[in-house]
Design a protein around this ligand. Structure first.
Ligand code: PEP
Ligand code: NA
Ligand code: MN
Length: 587
């Protein structure tokens, strides 16, 4: 399929190592994918679902010990330990290769090696980057074919270039003790062994598009961020784009596919989804920041997705989708998960493959991290710019977290560097759903804690540098918190579609069309400037979540100072200055 020497040489070397019975190049044709689907169904790796109700959809179950990303077994193998930084696990590269090759050796015996050439970003886009993933799993091939652009045209675009990311995945025997997800940023290489779960094995996603790409972005002057991208169309038909970063479990996919409240729909507002997880951003010829979503599908959490919380995501999963670890409804050969509706199937199989009766079982039928892999083109609100290789111009960058108090509904940073500070102190409080103490503040700068492929102090500096280059064309930076609680522990802000009310204020600020209150942390809306039409929320209640409490923030500033110590000399002086300024304003 290619004459590219660097691809062929590496493929031969890996072939000698893992010893497959045969090699199949993924050409991206429907015929080839269809025959792989048929093969996966024959071996039981996938189950074909009801063709009438869910055309082209399949169900897969992972091993029970292989259901999520494993941050503890994820390594950045830079030559120097310092380059991985204090927030990553590190392994010395030659030791890592030796260990990984030891595990990978002969692991494809009796199996097929699939060679997947893929493009992150529309093929040929100036943003796009190419990878080749070797895998022994048809499930990986089929997921990669949804999540990325795969096939011969990718290799044609690559030509003879050696600028591509090497990816080796060996499913092995799913031994947790030998599971490793290793990144070699200096070698453009990813090796993943002993897993068959999404984020660990679909190497284009977290491994390439965030960990490797963040490192490439630093060296090449662009940004790879854990951000959704959405377009907000106003009644005049103008569309403005925002990019937003949130830690897990803050509703990123829901915000990306937001349905405007009725009041806004009637006025003519529309939301366009560009991406729900990753943004690659570059300074365009006009000096503004432009973004693409390098992915081609959505790898979303199924539980909680329903007609109310995210009708667009639900609609996206109605064809050509692979479901992983959800409930199999045997009555009509469809799928179900907790939070889909109030009618769990009675005659079903749970995510572990055991008979399950949703009307009597106390155990959950779907794994809480069960997923859908759905083509972006299925999404009813997919942006018309989705395939546009030049990307979309970003007006605002939004950071967010889950905080019961302290952080107001929304505030705007004073300028770019202050905005980088705001991103660097991003945090969420642990909820009762997770193990461990409730209400503990976990810092997750720019939501990149598990995904930054190099020293996070250098990453902050890269942000500062990008701001300098963008100058007055830089997007404005905001922070949101949908999760403030009242004294009884109820959410005060309705969230979901009503978050558009906050986005509207954000865009007004970007155009100098709204006033604000100057507080120690930045600019907060005047309560009357947030549109509450059609909402059961009083201005007085709104004021309680726009409030910036000095005592809370003084405590917060101490927490930030402690957190910043992690980065030692690598903490940019600009961020030290921002912290100092915050403390002075609070005093
Ligand atoms: C994943 O775990 O594969 C993944 C995509 O993670 P997240 O949902 O946290 O982005
Ligand atoms: Na995850
Ligand atoms: Mn993510």
């Amino acid at each position: 399929m290619t004459q590219n020497q660097s691809v062929l040489e590496w493929m031969e070397k890996m072939k000698e190592l893992v010893c497959p019975d045969r090699v199949i190049w993924i050409d991206g044709t429907q015929e080839q994918l269809e025959s792989l689907r048929a093969e996966a169904c024959k071996t039981g790796e996938m189950i074909k679902l009801n063709e009438e109700k869910l055309p082209g959809c399949y169900l897969h179950r992972t091993a029970v010990n292989d259901v999520a990303r494993v941050e503890g077994r994820t390594f950045i193998c830079s030559r120097s330990e310092e380059d991985a930084g204090p927030t990553n696990h590190w392994m010395e590269p030659s030791k890592a290769y030796e260990m990984l090759y030891g595990i990978a050796k002969n692991s494809y015996r009796g199996r097929t090696m699939y060679v997947i050439p893929y493009s992150m970003g529309p093929v040929g886009s100036p943003f796009a980057k190419i990878g080749v993933e070797l895998t022994d799993s048809i499930y990986v091939v089929l997921n990669m074919s949804i999540m990325t652009r795969v096939g011969s045209e990718v290799l044609e675009t690559l030509g003879n270039s050696s600028d591509w990311v090497r990816g080796l995945h060996c499913k092995c025997e799913i031994d947790e003790e030998k599971r490793y997800i290793c990144h070699f940023p200096e070698d453009n290489t990813i090796i993943s062994v002993n897993s068959g779960y999404g984020g660990n094995v679909l190497l284009g996603k977290k491994c390439f598009a965030l960990r490797i790409a963040s490192f490439l972005g630093k060296n090449e002057g662009w940004m790879a961020e854990h951000m959704l991208i959405l377009g907000i169309q106003n009644p005049l038909g103008e569309i403005k784009y925002v990019a937003a970063a949130f830690p897990s479990a803050c509703g990123k996919t829901n915000l990306a596919m937001l349905v405007p409240p009725e009041f806004y729909r009637k006025k003519g507002y529309k939301i366009w989804t560009v991406g729900d997880d990753i943004a690659w951003m570059r300074i365009g010829p006009d000096g503004r920041l432009w973004a693409i979503n390098p992915e081609n599908g959505f790898f979303g959490v199924a539980p909680g997705t329903n007609e109310k919380s995210n009708p667009n995501a639900l609609a996206t999963t109605k064809s050509g989708t692979i479901f992983t670890n959800v409930v199999h409804n045997l009555d009509d050969n469809t799928v179900w998960w907790e939070g889909l509706d109030h009618n769990p199937p009675k005659n079903a199989v749970d995510w572990k493959g055991r008979p399950w009766d949703g009307t009597s079982s106390k155990e959950k039928g779907a794994h809480p991290n069960s997923r859908f892999t759905a083509p972006a083109k299925n999404c009813p609100c997919i942006s018309p710019e989705f395939e546009n290789g030049r990307g979309v111009p970003i007006s605002a960058i939004i950071f967010g977290g889950r905080r019961a108090r302290t952080t107001p509904l929304v505030y705007q940073s004073r300028d770019w560097n202050n905005g980088v500070f705001v991103g660097s102190i991003m945090a969420s409080e642990t909820t009762a759903a997770a193990t461990g103490a409730v209400g503990v503040v976990r810092r997750d700068p720019m939501a990149m804690l598990p995904f930054c492929g190099y020293h996070m102090g250098d990453y902050f500096k890269h942000w500062i540098d990008m701001g300098e280059r963008l100058g007055d064309k830089a997007p404005k930076i905001f922070n949101v918190n949908w999760f403030r609680l009242d004294d009884e522990g109820h959410f005060i802000w309705p969230g979901f579609g009503d978050n558009l009310r906050v986005l509207e204020w954000i865009l007004k600020r970007c155009e100098d069309k709204a006033d604000a209150v100057d507080t120690p942390i930045g600019f907060v809306p005047k309560a009357e400037d947030i549109n509450l039409s059609g909402l059961d929320l009083t201005v007085d209640t709104l004021k309680t979540i726009l409030n910036v409490d000095s005592a809370d923030w003084t405590k917060e500033a101490d927490g930030i100072e402690e957190f910043y110590q992690k980065f030692g000399d690598k903490l940019p002086k600009e961020l030290k200055t921002e912290l100092k300024k915050l403390k002075e304003k609070l005093a």
